[in-house]
Design a protein around this ligand. Sequence first.
Ligand SMILES: [Zn+2]
Length: 241
Amino acid sequence: MQHVNWVIGALEPELRADFAKDLVEVELEHGQVLQTEGGLVEQVYFPTGAVIGLFSTLPTGEVIETAMVGWDGALGVFEACGSRRSTCRAQVQIPGRAWRMRGEAYRRAFERSNALREHVHKYVELLLMEARQYVACNALHSVEARLSRSILEALDRADESAQLPMTQEELAQMLGVQRTTVTLAINQLQAAGALRSRRGVIQVIDRKQVERRACCCWRTVADARNEILGSPEPVCADEVH
Ligand SMILES: [Zn+2]
């Protein structure tokens, strides 16, 4: 299922046609790198089914995912109007569609649209809230609970409702743990009949059970998303073509 991108949905209706002229629909592939650490931010992405992970690499080489961008957000919307440099690597985790816009066109739209500026400020607020929540989550919650939380977050943003092309190596990077630790947590979820992991694909069999095993952070962040961003009006595909 293709979603409305909430950032595009926040635009004033009278500005949508102009904004749409600069949008190109793209199919993002699994593993595609959209931004590199320190690289120029030349494009902004508004996912409608793809999920993009933001990864930080430590000087010692360890990699950890620090945020996930889906239809509820956009990639590059802060940097394109600020330093124009990325501070992390942005890589496609779940393939799917997105709208793409050149940074220059986005900056023009940002200056023209009060609603866009207001929404992007709220998105900053949400990401700060998420970051605080995940600091607590990483310190206090079990790997199985965090894995369940991450699977739900990816599912909520993905095109496909029950299958996630995620290898155990990728899941280990998402959680900042050893691969063997992820394998143990997956085995527990598989034994409980919550999901199946095979050939780099996680298939959720019993979502309710994954929800029960996830820590409270999934619900807390989902509620905050609705409260801070609100649900934008649906946008017809024609309006952004
Ligand atoms: Zn948690």
